[in-house]
Design a protein around this ligand. Structure first.
Ligand code: PHE
Ligand code: ZN
Length: 879
């Protein structure tokens, strides 16, 4: 392996030149595109040469103030850029480059997809288009002219406003766009192709009219309505919640089927993975609808948090991502509107955080929310930057209140609009707007790892005082052995024996609260509550007020009490999860010891009450009845045994199913949704609960009657949610009953790529699907490794979502993994790197599996031609 350089946050230096304008002309063609760039540069900081980034470009010509530069005396070209020697103080640089979009399989820079052309520039893709300081703190005003064949590329889009269009002498057509806002290169975009749009005029809060468009390939206009609705809701929400208005006259969303990520917030021209745009009830599930709403919101919200105020350098990535995820989470919760709906949405967010981010934080890729170094920035678009970053932002709101948080946001924009700033600037705005000292809070940005908060309680009958003692610790992470205490908001409530909330009088305070935020800043602190007449049950870390692991020695009866009564719906759910997790961890041990398995009635009765409580939101009941995933149980295991985990969890599912068969059947019947499909939270919640009931009913696979219930649902379903859920249940039986419905499904949707993804994914993630079947599916004519959605639907679904087969004892899953990593590495390093991360935790597995995983990792590590992306990861994992 060759060594690749590490970039350090400490080495940040401002760019020595200001570039007031960039004028780009594209002669677009899939085989050869020419890019003419002209920029005005002025030196603002001392330094000598001018450095421009480049990646895989061919330089056709370069002129400085009209004079052609010489490769001998005026500039030096090397692998990652161009150095202009001793430039003047102020000058114009004109460069012509050539790229080959149809040869570009990385999906970064300018690339072709289904005959159309798209760009993706974040983080460092602009350097694959032209020579430029491709860093977020160099902000420029762009003028862009696109020229192309009028028929093949009938639509020509770029950022900002369309100022001119027409026909060229040679018969091609052109369009000229000006973005009135200066921006960093990563927010540049163009789209050229045969596309159609749904458009609408929309009036902003200020009364200004704007044009909204959703662009898709011909034939997909029946799937754009939900994205359009989501966009309008996002615009309204940002006006109302944060006083932020759309600053352009035109806002476009474009769907592309080849895309590495979810979507991209290019100024005024958001480019989306089709998965997060296209929906109608026939092809999209309730989850798809919810994801579309949240991703449309996320990208739209970036217009202020990311674009108007951007990042100084990529170490500050969470400045825009953590904040924007927080905003999209709040948006989704507000769209549901009800308290229980908010809790359901919060629970979903926390589930991802715990399952994915906590495990990242406990592995070889653990890094702070603001990292100190990286090799390949693409590897840092992580759950830590996004989801933990969002939790960090949420903690400001918990500490400062909603109004205080809003004041902080207002000050942040007042200070930094139009600038490229840091996480420290954000924290300073929050502190200054509220007159608070948030110095210690900085550690959430600089220290990796998940803190553990251990709570002990003491009740003094005589004094009628209740004391909670909180103690924090955080395990070492790579490169950080000793951690200093974090500033942790812990929201608590106390329940009396009837399940009623006790008024809380913290010692020294005269007014009572139902819930209060304890601020843990030392390693250990005690908080004393007065006027507590009897021993309470503590409800700790309400609404998951901090991204920590909370330990408290709850008894089963306390947990059942919380599950039945807590006014904090999040903690109600949490109590149920604690009950389930304790039992599952015990069952795993029993499986390993070869003991007989059993499940006690306390658990069954406690969750049975929730299942049958019709006053509760169906979506909430579904969550309570959903066991912690196998991935979550792996995360909690000291030594991971995927087979024991699977057996234990299946056993528990069957016990629940057997004991509550009648209840599930009743719930199944009672939660049918009739009439026209609607993706709203209530209807989706009912479908979710009903389909969970169906899954339990069928989990005793011998039951023919239940299988025919699922078959009937497959045949009669009026929407994709119900059809796919029933099909999944059948596929999971591994029985012949699934063959025909699977074939029908394929036939019905053969021309819809996103649904065929579901078809692959469903099979790949079934515990009955082994690696041989996956290999067979890879030979299916519809399989295509170049398309990330398709690769994810089959390969990632198998490696990520099918642990019991992926971790087959003979190591066949790992050999498959190594092959696919190497195949993808040659096509698309970003996608390959995502797959590498499946083995993050190889050192936590049983020794026999570990040895086989190490073999697979070494196979990859010792291969030639590894991308920076893959190499950085395997090096860190093998360290
Ligand atoms: N910035 C995008 C988002 O979070 C994610 C992204 C990163 C997309 C890199 C493409 C490439 O919304
Ligand atoms: Zn984002």
């Amino acid at each position: 392996m060759q060594t690749i350089p590490t970039i350090f946050r400490q080495d940040y230096c401002p760019y020595p030149f200001k570039i007031s304008h960039l004028n780009l002309i594209f002669d677009l063609d899939a085989a050869h595109t020419h890019v003419h760039s002209e920029m005005l540069l002025t030196r603002v900081n001392p330094g000598s040469d001018l450095l421009l980034h480049a990646d895989g470009l061919s330089l056709l010509s370069i002129h400085l103030d009209g004079r052609e530069l010489s490769a001998v005396t005026d500039y030096v070209l090397n692998d990652d850029g161009l150095r202009v020697l001793n430039p003047p103080e102020s000058f114009t640089l004109s460069i012509v480059t050539q790229t080959q979009p149809d040869q570009n399989s990385t999906l970064m820079g300018l690339y072709a997809s289904n005959g159309n052309l798209f760009t993706q520039c974040e983080a460092e893709g602009f350097r694959k288009i032209t020579y430029f300081p491709d860093r977020p703190d160099v902000m420029t005003q762009y003028t862009v002219e696109l020229r192309a064949d009028a028929e093949q590329y009938s639509v020509l889009l770029s950022n900002g406003n369309l100022v001119d269009e027409g026909v060229l002498d040679d018969g091609r057509h052109y369009a000229k766009w000006i973005d009135p806002f200066k921006k960093p290169s990563y927010l540049f975009a163009l789209v050229a192709g045969k596309l159609v749009c749904q458009e609408e005029k929309f009036i902003l809060a200020s009364g200004r009219e704007v044009l909204l468009q959703v662009w898709v390939e011909d034939g997909n206009l029946d799937k754009t309505q939900h994205a359009m609705e989501s966009l309008k809701n996002s615009i309204r929400w940002d006006e109302q919640r944060f006083g932020l208005e759309l600053d352009l006259d035109r806002f476009m969303i474009v769907a592309v089927s080849d895309f590495n990520m979810g979507a991209m917030e290019n100024k005024g021209l958001n480019i989306f993975n089709t998965k997060y745009v296209l929906a109608n009830s026939r092809v999209a599930t309730d989850i798809d609808y919810a994801n579309i709403e949240s991703v449309v919101g996320h990208e739209y919200f970036h217009n202020w948090t990311g674009n108007r105020v951007t990042c100084q350098d990529w170490f500050q990535l969470s400045l825009k991502e953590g904040l924007t995820v927080f905003r999209d989470q709040e948006f989704s919760a507000d769209m549901i509107g009800t308290d229980s709906g908010r809790a359901v949405s919060r629970i979903g967010d926390v589930r991802t955080l715990r399952q994915v981010q906590f495990s990242e934080d406990a592995g070889p890729m653990a890094h702070p929310v603001r990292p100190d170094s990286y090799v390949e920035i693409n590897n840092f678009y992580t759950v830590t930057i996004y989801e933990k970053g969002a939790e960090v932002v949420r903690m400001y709101q918990t500490l400062l209140g909603r109004d205080g948080f809003r004041k902080g946001m207002d000050l942040y924009f007042a200070r930094h609009d139009g600038c490229a700033v840091t996480c420290d600037d954000f924290r300073a705005a929050m502190a200054d707007a509220n007159g608070r000292d948030l110095a210690q809070f900085e550690r959430w940005y600089s220290q990796a790892g998940t803190p553990v908060v251990t709570v002990k309680s003491h009740y003094d009958t005589d004094l009628q005082q209740y004391t909670l003692t909180l103690r924090q610790s955080c395990a070492p992470t790579p490169g950080q052995t000793d951690k200093s205490p974090f500033h942790i908001p812990v929201t608590v409530g106390l329940l009396d024996s009837n399940g009623q909330e006790m008024p809380l009088y913290l010692v020294g305070e005269s007014s009572a609260q139902a819930s209060c935020v304890l601020e843990l800043t030392d390693i250990e602190q005690s908080f004393v509550f007065d006027r507590i007449p009897a021993l309470p049950t503590p409800s700790l870390l309400r609404n998951f007020s901090a991204p920590v692991v909370l330990e408290y020695a709850y008894s089963d009866t306390e947990l059942a009490h919380l599950l039945a009564h807590d006014s904090d719906a999040f903690n109600r759910w949490e109590a149920g999860q604690r009950l389930a997790t304790q039992r599952l961890m015990q069952l795993i041990k029993s499986v390993q010891a070869g003991e007989a398995l059993s499940l006690d009635s306390l658990y069954l009765e406690a969750v049975g009450l929730v299942l049958n409580d019709e006053n509760l939101d169906p979506a909430f009941r579904e969550l309570v009845l959903t066991l912690p995933s196998e991935a979550m149980l792996a995360e909690l295991s000291a030594e991971i045994d995927p087979h024991a985990i699977h057996v234990a969890r299946e056993y528990m599912r069957q016990q629940i199913s057997a004991h509550m068969h009648k209840d599930f059947y009743q719930v199944y019947q009672a939660n049918q949704t009739m009439g026209v499909y609607s993706p709203d939270a209530i209807s989706a919640g009912k479908r979710g609960l009903k389909n969970l009931a169906l899954a339990y009913l069928v989990s005793n696979d011998a039951d023919e009657q239940m299988i025919s219930l699922a078959l009937t649902q497959v045949h009669e379903a009026q929407n994709m949610t119900d059809r796919l859920a029933a099909l999944a249940v059948l596929v999971r039986t591994g029985d012949e009953c699934a063959i025909e419905p699977l074939n029908d499904f394929y036939q019905d949707f053969a021309d819809d790529a996103l649904v065929i993804d579901k078809w692959f994914s469903l099979q790949a993630s079934s515990p009955k699907t082994d690696v041989e079947l996956v290999r067979q599916l890879m030979r299916h004519p519809d399989f295509n490794l170049h398309n990330p959605n398709r690769a994810r639907s089959l390969i990632f679904s198998f490696c990520h979502a099918n642990p019991v087969q992926f971790h087959a004892k003979d190591g066949s899953g790992y050999a498959f993994w190594a092959e696919q990593v190497l195949a993808l590495n040659a096509i698309n390093p970003q996608v390959a790197a995502r797959l590498v991360r499946v083995l993050d935790h190889w050192r936590k597995y049983q020794p026999a599996l570990q040895a086989r995983m190490q073999d697979a990792l070494l196979t990859v590590a010792n291969s030639v031609g590894l991308s920076k992306d893959v190499q950085e990861l395997v090096v860190k994992m093998l360290k």
